[in-house]
Design a protein around this ligand. Structure first.
Ligand SMILES: NC(=O)c1ccc[n+]([C@@H]2O[C@H](COP(=O)([O-])OP(=O)(O)OC[C@H]3O[C@@H](n4cnc5c(N)ncnc54)[C@H](OP(=O)(O)O)[C@@H]3O)[C@@H](O)[C@H]2O)c1
Length: 329
């Protein structure tokens, strides 16, 4: 039996629970410790998920010697501060999306990690999933001829959630769900965007509640994206080419991919039968990178994380969506 890979969870909220549930079903991995700002909350979380250690402060977690990696599961607004704390203690990090509040924070954090020789990657889970890689392979192999047009849509009814309405928590739909449709387009159409046209509706606190984003690429491709916090939708992605189209269900966690030619379904690919939740792939890739001495993952290079943040900065600028962190220079 090889060594168990020990993970520490920083922040005992919703996604932290999903990660604990996932890791509990993975062989060779363990959530070794959890930290919350409240010791009682950490202890309740630890007892629910059978976790060895519970800490009432994030500082104690990052000082724990036995941990191989820290999973940063706090709101986007706090990723910079919490990841920096972990890196200062030499701990590799898997950081939830959106990576930081803005590109300035992302660059600063990634430079800091590189200087300290510490691995960091963004937990944009879609990038690490087997079916995401399958879609790329299908496109490269000409399954739909020459890809030309892409659409992707992701909306959840979240408008009453504080993390969506509060600027101090980096509210809005873009950083919460829009980041997925942007990544979907970037994974398959790249980032050589020559024109962006958008429409956005702001909520009462001036955060973006729903948006449409149309991108034109230098090579003539086009992507039409929708994201929002005001409704529940089909979460579909469709990539159309000269000979057919690929339908993806869904864009943040691909579970079913269908290839159509001449309007007929010709191939179907499903998520792996042994998939736990989909969150396991980013954990396995992080371990692979850490054990190989890499400082970033080729599945989500640092330059790409920064570029996504830059794209979101310019969209927010156009819409007038401002966070307190944007003003801290
Ligand atoms: N990949 C996915 O599918 C997915 C899904 C949902 C969310 N996410 C991402 O995961 C991150 C957390 O989202 P979540 O839904 O888990 O949020 P959540 O339930 O609100 O949990 C966030 C946790 O962060 C900690 N925290 C530290 N400072 C905080 C502050 N000032 N305000 C609020 N919480 C603070 C809290 O933990 P303690 O009280 O224990 O310290 C809180 O429970 C976000 O970046 C989000 O985008 C990803």
């Amino acid at each position: 039996m090889g060594k168990t890979f020990k993970i520490g969870i920083l922040g005992a909220g919703w996604i932290a629970g999903k990660m604990a549930e996932t890791v509990a079903a993975m062989d060779g991995y363990e959530i070794f410790a959890v930290a919350s700002r409240s010791l009682e909350k950490a202890q309740a979380f630890a007892s629910k998920w059978n976790i060895c250690k519970a800490f009432g402060s994030y500082e104690e977690l990052v000082s724990e010697k036995e941990i191989d990696m820290i999973y940063i599961a706090t709101p986007h607004s706090h990723h910079y501060q919490h990841t920096k704390l972990a890196i200062e203690h030499g701990k590799p990090c898997l950081v939830e999306k959106a990576f930081t509040a803005n590109a300035r924070e992302a660059k600063d954090l990634l430079e800091f990690a590189k200087k300290r020789n510490v691995f960091v990657t963004e937990a944009i889970w879609t990038r690490y999933m087997p079916l995401s890689h399958k879609i790329k392979e299908l496109l490269e192999n000409g399954a739909i001829g020459e890809p030309r047009l892409l659409s992707a849509s992701l909306c959840y009814p979240l408008e009453d959630k504080e993390r969506i309405t509060n600027p101090a928590l980096c509210g809005g739909a873009l950083l919460d769900v829009g980041v997925y449709v942007l990544n979907f387009a970037r994974m398959y159409f790249g980032n050589n965007v020559v024109k962006t046209v958008t429409n956005c509706q702001l909520g009462e606190t001036e955060m973006d509640m729903q948006e449409s984003i149309s991108l034109s690429y230098a090579d003539g491709k086009m992507a039409n994206l929708q994201a929002g916090a005001r409704c529940l939708n089909d979460r579909q992605g469709i990539i159309s080419g000269t000979e057919g189209y690929i339908r993806v269900d869904n864009v943040n966690c691909p579970e079913r991919v269908e290839v159509y030619r001449n309007y007929s379904l010709v191939e179907t690919y499903l998520k792996p039968e042994n998939m736990i939740s989909g969150y396991e792939y980013q954990v396995m890739e992080s371990r692979r990178c850490i054990e190989s001495g890499l400082l970033e993952s080729p599945m989500m290079p640092h330059a790409e994380t920064i570029s996504v943040m830059q794209q979101m900065d310019s969209l927010r600028k156009e819409w007038g969506v401002v966070y307190p962190m944007d003003k801290q220079y």
